[in-house]
Design a protein around this ligand. Structure first.
Ligand code: OGA
Ligand code: NI
Length: 342
């Protein structure tokens, strides 16, 4: 299978389609490695000091859009089993992945490469597996059958992550001065998608991306990035690496929560870069509204001084736009901005 990168051949050179034009490349010498995104301890989230933790979440959502969490409640064994089975998935003979290969984003369960190969102008250096997780009973029988334990392990992981995310959504609802059920309610039937990104080692990390600059589409994402760094976040016009912390998750605000917060929370642009020595696996869970849910700035965020910055929309409208082009910064969310005339 020539289309997948995880095909057992070592590429000594990146292929032409992976070489980004001058000016669009990562410029790795300019990346800052010494800033630490907020690390929030969730131990007290459901205890006496809840307000303190909620305050830290608020600061992180407002200032960085990205933070890491520890004592998050997901057992280390569940995290490790998920990472191990993800590795196993991409180390199987390519024939065992090809049966799931699809270039159609509407295909719910699929293996593919880059982001959206029928739209990408230049290709990201990654293969991926993605599939929906919620409701679990509806989808689990459509997940990969190999490795033999995949469904069991990923099912456990998906359940734990959902519990964690619902706790985060309650806290964020409170930050928005709504009751804690607010986001849970406006997300309708909810959507949860598990993505496993496989970034092979790359001989020329300065010419290409693991994943091109973008913001995420959904509500909130929880990423297990393992122990190989590669994630970078744009902050004040500069790229900052998010260095892995063992057993922590990286959390980020995605576009729909930027809308609900009326721009107070940043759905930060981010990207992934490759390296020459170690293949990297990252496992984001994208969590957000169901396609039929209506997303608009929360009433508590709009007043005379703070007019609505985004127009309300069905999440489906956003997702149709999202799949209509390659990854390009925050260009999709821009289509939902309201022009404020002065
Ligand atoms: C993504 C993403 C970052 C990473 O898949 O949307 O931003 O570290 N991944 O793999
Ligand atoms: Ni992303």
């Amino acid at each position: 299978m020539e289309k997948l990168m995880s095909n057992g051949h070592n590429h000594l050179h990146v292929q032409d389609k992976h070489v980004f034009p001058l000016g669009e490349r990562p410029d790795l010498s300019q990346v800052c490695h010494s800033y630490t995104f907020p690390v929030i301890d969730l131990k007290d989230l459901d205890g006496h000091h809840r307000m303190k933790v909620v305050y830290e979440i608020r600061r992180a959502c407002e200032e960085d859009g990205f933070f890491q969490i520890i004592n998050h409640g997901v057992p280390e064994t569940v995290m490790k089993s998920m990472m191990d089975i993800a590795k196993e998935f991409f180390e199987m003979p390519v024939e065992d992945r090809v049966c799931l290969y699809s270039e159609d984003p509407q295909q719910a369960v699929r293996v593919s490469t880059s982001f959206n190969v029928t739209k990408d102008e230049f290709f990201d250096c990654k293969d991926f597996l993605r599939h929906p997780c919620h409701p679990l009973e509806k989808f689990i029988n459509s997940w990969p059958q190999k490795p033999a334990l995949y469904r069991e392990v990923a099912g456990k992981y998906a359940k734990e992550i959902r519990v964690l995310i619902l706790r985060l959504l309650a806290a964020i609802s409170e930050v928005l001065r709504q009751d804690s059920d607010y986001l849970n309610a406006i997300f309708g039937k909810h959507s949860q998608v598990l993505l496993i990104n496989y970034y092979p080692t790359c001989p020329n990390p300065d010419l290409t991306f693991g994943v091109s600059p973008h913001s995420d589409s959904g509500g909130i994402n929880v990423l297990m990035q393992g122990d190989v760094s590669g994630l970078q976040v744009l902050k004040d016009g500069k790229w900052f690496a998010v260095e892995p912390i063992p057993n922590a998750f990286v959390v980020n605000v995605a576009d729909q929560i930027e809308v609900v917060s009326n721009g107070r929370f940043k759905s930060a642009e981010h990207r992934g870069v490759t390296n020459t020595t170690t293949a990297r696996i990252s496992i984001p869970t994208f969590y957000g509204p169901s396609l039929d849910a209506f997303i608009a700035p929360a009433a508590s965020t709009v007043d005379e001084e703070h007019p609505a910055l985004y127009r309300g929309h069905k999440f489906e409208e956003y997702m149709t736009a999202f799949w209509s082009q390659g990854l390009k910064g925050k260009s999709i969310l821009d289509r939902f901005k309201i022009e404020i005339s002065s």
